[in-house]
Each structure stands twice: as C-alpha cells, then as structure tokens.
Design a protein around this ligand. Sequence first.
Ligand code: ADP
Ligand code: MG
Length: 263
Amino acid sequence: MAATILAIANQKGGVGKTTTAVNLAASLAVAEQRTLLVDMDPQGNASSGVGVDSRGLAETIYPVLLDEALLSEVIRRTDLGGLHLVAANTDLIGAELELVALDDRETCLQRALLEVMDDYDYVLIDCPPSLGLLTVNALVAAHQVLVPLQCEYYAMEGLGHLTKTIELIRQQLNPRLILEGIVLTMFDQRNNLSHLVSEEARQHFGRSVYDTVIPRNVRLSEAPSHGQPVLLYDIGSKGAQAYMQLAEEFLRRCAHGEKTRVR
Ligand code: ADP
Ligand code: MG
C-alpha cells in the first residue's frame, strides 16, 4: 500500500513540531512501520535530531524541490532501522523565493514524493514556523495534518489562520487533505494553565484532540543535542513513553479512518 503522508504544522515556533516529527517518526519505525522523515525547515532541527549534521550538505530537500535531484538520491538512513531522513539546511531559505518563480510552485514536494510512495508506510513532514510556500508544499503533498499545541498562554491564537489555510488548500489544490489531529505538548500536570488549554482545545476541536498528551520532559529537550530520538536516548523516560503511546494512537486512528473511508 502507498504511504500515508502526514504534515506536522503550526506557524508558531517552539510549540513542539520538530520534537513531535522526530519522535513520532522514530516511534513508528520502532513499531515496524517503514518511515520517512522529511525536514522542510531551513533550521534543519529534524535532521540534527536524528543525528545528521546537515550543514553544508548538498543532498537535501532543496535541490529536489527545484527539480535538480530525485528524492531517492537524497534519502539517507539513520541510526534507527526503518527510519530514513531527507535533510534540510539553510539552502532552503532561498527555495522559498526561487519557488515563487515556478508555475507549479505549490506541488513540488507532492511530485517529488510520488517516486517513493511505495517504499514507505508513513512519510512525516516537519514544517517551518510559517504559512509560506514551504508549508504550503507540505500541506499540498499531505493526506493529513497533525498540529502540535503547546500548553501555554495564547496556545489557540493563530490556529484560525492555520485551519483557514488548510481549508483553502483543500478547496484549491488537495481535496483529500484532513486535519487529522491536535496533540497537546509540553503539558505540565501541576500547572493549571496546562489543564485550561487542554479543556479549551477539547471543547473547540472535540475528538480531533489526541487522548495522548505529551508531558514537559527534560529528556525530550536533551535528546536533540545527542542527535537521537528520545527512545534511543532514554527509552524509560516519560517523553519516550508518551511518543510511543502517541504512535499507537495515531496508528489506531489511521486504521479506523481507513475503515470508515472504505464504507
Ligand atoms: P518547533 O519545531 O515547533 O519550533 P521544537 O520541537 O523545536 O518546536 O520545540 C521547541 C523547544 O522545546 C526545543 O528546545 C525542544 O527541545 C523543547 N521541547 C519540545 N517539546 C518538549 C517537551 N515535551 N518537554 C520539554 N521540552 C520540549
Ligand atoms: Mg521546528
């Protein structure tokens, strides 16, 4: 079966997109799903998060978007069997401008991914913190969007822009796109604000909000500096357990979605 493509998006920075992309991807790979992680952020945090130093690297998503390389030529293995990566680095800053000049500027990633659709069960795309052309490419390529929501002040602010963008892309470029879910990140059990954000999100988005909540956990913030997903860095940590649980819930929801689509 062809891969399911999941974009992890929120135009706010620092909400847990990359942490979720890296650790959900790693957890899916451990669950024996063939998984490709695509870094679409010029900061390259998803790349370094799985141990790839992308600075100065030529084999990244950048030449692929500009049709100067095939995706298969830039895919690399990671330390985790079953998890492959397409890296990104600061070259990608230029892509946003260079893509504007192209006719099919919104569909570059979608076209590139076609080549490997049968090689993977899941493709996860880590989006940059904007709703620019890179994120639009991710949303056009994707079947589903997962939105990390940081349990902080103003968590919900700006979500309207994101859902509107998703709606526009569904109408104009990618009718199959769905907001698959919202995952609460950096949840602090002892902080009343965390509970308030959770309540508000569940009131507003209902069952779209994952039951699994990602706690604030220092191991999650340490793991990237070791170039490791948290389940390689400290599998016993609360963070690792939470992301494995998220992967389980994600797979369950995908299986259920498949059934309801068939009917
Ligand atoms: P984004 O990709 O949305 O900008 P990141 O995933 O890079 O956000 O997270 C922002 C910062 O917060 C990073 O330093 C990351 O290590 C840290 N972080 C993310 N999730 C957690 C968590 N659940 N607990 C502790 N720190 C976290
Ligand atoms: Mg990021």
